[in-house]
Write a protein that binds this ligand. Sequence first.
Ligand SMILES: [Zn+2]
Ligand SMILES: [Zn+2]
Length: 494
Amino acid sequence: MVDEDIGARRSALAEAADILADLIRGGSRTICFIKSRKAVELTTKLVQDKLRDTDLGERIAPYRAGYTPQQRRDIEGRLVSGELLAVITTDALELGIDIGALDAAVVVTFPGTMASLKQMWGRAGRRGRGLAVYIAGEDALDQFLCREPDQLLERPVESAILDYESEQIHLAHLLCAAHEAPLTDADAEALGPRWRLHAEALEARGELRQVRGRFVLAAPEDYPAARVSLRSASPDTFAVVDVSSGELLGTVEAARAFSTVHDGAVYLHLGRSYEVTELDVESRRALVKPFTGDWYTQPKKETDTWIEELLDRRDVLGCRLSFGRVSVAETVMAYQRKRLPDHEIIDLVALDLPLTEFSTQALWYELPDEIAADGFPREALLGALHAAEHAQIAVLPLLAMCDRWDIGGLSTAGHQQTGGPTIFIYDGHPGGVGITRQAFLRFEELVTDAATLIRDCPCESGCPSCVQSPKCGNLNEPLSKRGALELMRRMLAK
Ligand SMILES: [Zn+2]
Ligand SMILES: [Zn+2]
């Protein structure tokens, strides 16, 4: 902590540079994982500065996307031979680097899931012994893990979620399977219990046809796998094109395009920053250029949820908890530019974008009067609900293998369908991939973790390490840390 009042912490990069310099002086072969390319470069420079009195500075290299395969092999070879002592890299490359085991692995800020943290740590352990370091950032989950180190070391790696019940995913995968071989009952075990039903639906849509009781692709030259993204169920995407090179960087799901690649957005891809120069809604394309400024952007949006189908329900912690399908309607109204590293607001820029709507899975819970009204100040209610929602989303990655950025939320003092105070937590991927079902099943743990997160944060009235969220569509207004704690305390007393 460098400023108790605003809860400001020393930069994780400066902390990393100290540790790296010590490891290098001690002759340890080290790999360091950092989220963004800019941070990789900055940290490399910080470490080199610290080692100026030695000739070790040349034995550190940044390792990043954009190197040619030859350059990559060269760095890998120098590291294996011991000529290089440390490599600092973006985590985007964690799977591609071929260097064997090292003496130490340093991970700067939580990489999003326990599984990837353990994978990065696994790089250390040459000769059966290794040092694994995790340097926490200011994010809520980072700070939670710091205060609850047992959670970090003893919690089983999250279950990777693949929701076999998601119709959208299943349909797309059946098409891919049909590309490999005709679908028949002989493969029913692999294709799932509802395969025939879904194959018939695809036949009705003209995508499959039946030949002697076997389902084949209606268009045999089609390659359906090209339309299936590994991360999500939605095939509808926007292309992101770097205008400086003409290169296609990747795609963004249509449902998320307006909030991530709107005009003026700063967009991170493989650890590199880009600024969106134009979002072309008609041709589903975002044009971007490399970005070197010192700000980031946060969209302000209006969100509405509508319950479409109730799939499961239980009474828990004094609330009525439901799981089902909802449609989420979103309008991105504006975006805020915020300065790094102090998050100071530069300005708010208005946007004119159409409403988007997608259907997904969600959990929602209704708070009864004895929790949300009885002696609970009315004016604090919305801030309390909102802060509780943020804290629960922050710790959800501990239960399901997902990133906070995969999840959305909405809290309201009176929802049009439930009629009372309600908190929604929804899957940000159209169709849903099972994240919120996991949270529905383990709701007691979710609330316990969220309450611990808020209770143990040393800040006075809420900070980025507890109730503030970097992706809040309401720009973190209103938030009541104390109110959220009181709500959850009442729930957990039930
Ligand atoms: Zn705090
Ligand atoms: Zn929010």
